[in-house]
Design a protein around this ligand. Sequence first.
Ligand code: FAD
Ligand code: UDP
Length: 384
Amino acid sequence: MNSKNILIVGAGFSGVVIGRKLAEQGHKIRIIDKRSHIAGNCYDARDEKTKVMVHTYGPHIFHTDNKDVWDFIQQFSTMMPYTNRVKATYNGKVFSLPINLHTINQFFNRTCSPNEARKLIKEKGDDSISDPKTFEEQALRFVGKELYEAFFKGYTIKQWGMSPTELPASILKRLPIRFNYDDNYFNHKYQGMPKDGYTDMIEKISKHENITVELNVEYGSEERKSYDHIFYSGPLDAFYEYRFGRLGYRTLDFEKFTFDGDFQGCAVMNYCEQQVPYTRITEHKYFSPWETHEGSVCYKEYSRACGENDIPYYPIRQVGEMALLEKYVDLANSEKGITFVGRLGTYRYLDMDITIAEALKTADIFLDSIRVNNEMPVFTVDVR
Ligand code: FAD
Ligand code: UDP
């Protein structure tokens, strides 16, 4: 077998999964990351004082319908049962999210059955919007003005820094609306949390005799000639030193505080009013319900525009950003010997399961390309 020398930029899920699959086929893999730790934004670590597992870059819940991905991760970690049940504070009251029969009955002070609630929400919805394009239209059409203004309008303005009239309907479509008391935040078949955390899982994925991992190492273009191929999971615009300008992102600030006891009694409490400056408070011990902790670690989460020295979290993908993306993609498509992957390399919001599925697919495409002597594509997914 013709063993290839491969550089992978980024030790998040994208980088380590590709690295692992190729290492298993005998290729030599060097993974570098500019941070001082592996796992990218999925990094977690125990708080020294309380021993609570803290999701350093914000809460991460694993949920998927993809059995291959679910089976893949379980080779490296025991997945513990966890169901995300989110609460929301609005106008001095606590409600259940995503909108379900409990929310509807609480909010309208009713005792509706599923059919009655369906009828009520249909009456509230604005039928004159036949083809909702924006976030606001989607909300007005399917939940009506009152629920939209209570739970979505203020939160979304805080989260995205713009009016829901400027955002696509697709963002709201991520959330279900249910006419029963099911308050599971996700619709996916599999959901859970890694018993010893994501950092531990990712470390195990990267542990292979053909893989070396180096931290505090930033990619430099002089590296290129030493490798048969590069997989790059850093930001696409950074690779080109932002020559056309910066792709827009939202970043997050986390105000960490500890609490002696139980702060809010659940993992995630959203604050939907615009005048409350943060979007949510997360209480991290509730992400590991199989553990017991006296003390507690919480994050107050604030969203704002991403500056030059901030960590890019959510790609904005508005019309302006998409035009800029087009320019970078055209430039990248003229490259040889490099593939852009992951949420930053392809400028898309990707959940962990999609990230892993795409990484597995990318590794397969690479193995096929060397088997039949084809050019490896610069992108293995449609990024536009
Ligand atoms: P990353 O994890 O960002 O890894 C990229 C790595 O590349 C980083 O470590 C970075 O340091 C490194 N890098 C960048 N540039 C360079 C360079 N020039 N040189 C060297 N290294 C470089 N997904 C879920 O499924 N469930 C959730 O509940 C969930 N919650 C989330 C909450 C928040 C707040 C955010 C922002 C995301 C959430 N996600 C969630 C998505 C999840 O974080 C991503 O799917 C995942 O991190 C993508 O992995 P990646 O390897 O593509 O990117
Ligand atoms: N959202 C909202 N109110 C909430 C929760 C979510 O308005 O209480 C909106 C917000 O615009 C968010 C989108 O719904 O970006 C999708 O919600 P999700 O929980 O999937 O957000 P994410 O995980 O991306 O933070």
